[in-house]
Write a protein that binds this ligand. Sequence first.
Ligand code: ADP
Ligand code: MG
Length: 270
Amino acid sequence: MSVDRAETETNGDRPEDSTLLAVDGVVKQFGGLVAVDGATFGVEAGSITGLIGPNGAGKSTLFDCITGVYTPDAGTVTLDGEAIQGLSPNQVAARGVGRTFQTPKTFRGMTVRENLAFAAREQTGERALGALFRPGRVETEETAIQETVDETLEFLELDHLAEEYAGGLSGGQRKLLELGRVLMMDPEIILLDEPVAGVNPALTDELLERLHELNDRGRTILFIEHDMDIVMGHCDSVVVLHNGQTLAVGPPEIVQEDDRVVEAYLGGYD
Ligand code: ADP
Ligand code: MG
């Protein structure tokens, strides 16, 4: 896995240095607590970007502000130059922003296959089904859903678990399934909240490999991660959040040497 992947490959016809997602001065308060305090950074199209920071830094809340769970108290979030702050989660998803949660939101009483199909059916709008795997093909909606389910199962190597109930999966398998639910909507950018936390090493490698494959297919990735080795080895760019503020943004090898980052992490990082 090489960190210079994005420097050597282009993704689609977008210029490599263009910003896909821009977070500018975002603030989110809960009563007197300022969880996100002016966070500002850009995510380059086609990049794998890591969002790191101590527990309580505001990472998940920032994802909530980007994906429409919360409307920021101040600041803007733009996707491809268009403001998306204040839109509903469904509207943000329809614009091509996929998101997994720290605790996977799968339906335990549905099978893996049903979970994937449902992810497509519960979304309305024009997000074309199956474009990730079959660009340009037009089918009836139900056929497209079933074919996309099959392809997603195969892509994530979950085929053998298709008829299992989600409630019976391991934590790591549930995270893969949640990624699958997101892929059903063919997102342009995928936000993952601690995708490999609590996942066994074999499944962690598997998940990271899938993220690189998605990146190779032109999808931009922004993921929250605690493990510095993973961030160093898999990200083109790193954003460090501390007390709701962006402490540093840049290539992992530079951010890692940043005095403020080293200081913020002393005693605070788990
Ligand atoms: P991280 O994901 O970086 O660990 P969070 O975004 O979950 O951090 O939390 C940031 C801060 O906001 C923490 O102090 C947390 O306790 C607080 N917080 C998060 N969600 C809520 C909420 N719904 N109500 C009140 N406080 C919250
Ligand atoms: Mg969190």
